[in-house]
Design a protein around this ligand. Structure first.
Ligand code: ADP
Ligand code: NI
Length: 217
């Protein structure tokens, strides 16, 4: 199999796994992450197959999306073996998919490879800006979060369990608890640059939201 054929098969596998998601992690999210990862690959000396495979697979075994992440992790491993990837390549891809997420970084932060840093940046860029705003509202709606309550203050120094506990969460607080922090957390210079404008867009959105809430306009 050529690398192109391997990537096509990985894309098809990801599509089958992600197409039914209704929490903002649908295959369109995956395609945007892949597209951004390609853009970042142009600027960084990283391995293309590892980066794009991890981009396609990064949410397939996510513990908030599937009931048994370990089972999916094993399924990915077996699937990659059938494509003839080496065990070294498979290990590198799985290390990324296991350690990429924001929630993972709250409990045990692992140093990612350059390929992992690129996929993490691409995933984080999709969580901010206009698309990030839409996804937060979509996710918050699905989990019956309150939209906004000025009396509920954003939580600080969250661990993973607290981050996933949505009982006192508001959609607007999610911006302060996570989304506005992502720009400073970008790994690559190109992602940092792209993040600036998206960050400002969220600041403007929050300002306008609060103005309207307080009926000042
Ligand atoms: P990761 O997969 O990196 O751990 P998350 O699960 O935190 O990322 O987030 C995935 C998407 O869901 C992001 O777009 C994020 O903003 C959104 N999201 C996560 N938690 C919340 C929340 N409590 N309220 C609103 N949106 C959320
Ligand atoms: Ni993702």
């Amino acid at each position: 199999m050529t690398e192109e054929q391997q990537l096509q098969a990985i894309k098809d596998f990801s599509y089958q796994k992600m197409k039914k998601d209704t929490s903002g992690h649908n295959f369109d999210h995956i395609q945007r992450v892949v597209k951004t990862a390609k853009r970042l690959l142009n600027e960084e000396p990283a391995n293309k197959l590892i980066t794009l495979a991890a981009a396609y697979l990064h949410d397939v075994a996510d513990d908030k999306l599937v009931s048994d992440p370990k089972e999916l992790d094993l399924e990915i491993q077996k699937f990659l073996q059938t494509l003839g990837l080496t065990s070294d390549q498979i290990e590198k891809i799985l290390f990324i998919t296991r350690n990429l997420s924001f929630s993972k970084s709250l409990e045990n932060r692992q140093k990612l490879s350059l390929e992992g840093q690129i996929v993490q940046d691409a995933d984080r860029l999709d969580a901010i800006g206009a698309i990030g705003i839409t996804r937060a509202i979509y996710y918050g709606g699905k989990h019956a979060e309150t939209i906004y309550d000025p009396d509920i203050l954003p939580r600080k120094n969250l661990n993973k369990a607290e981050y996933r506990n949505l009982s006192n969460e508001t959609i607007i607080n999610h911006f302060y608890e996570k989304l506005l922090k992502l720009t400073d957390m970008m790994n690559t210079p190109t992602a940092k640059k792209i993040a600036q404008a998206r960050h400002q867009y969220m600041i403007d959105f929050l300002k306008e939201f609060k103005n309207e809430w307080n009926a000042e306009r």
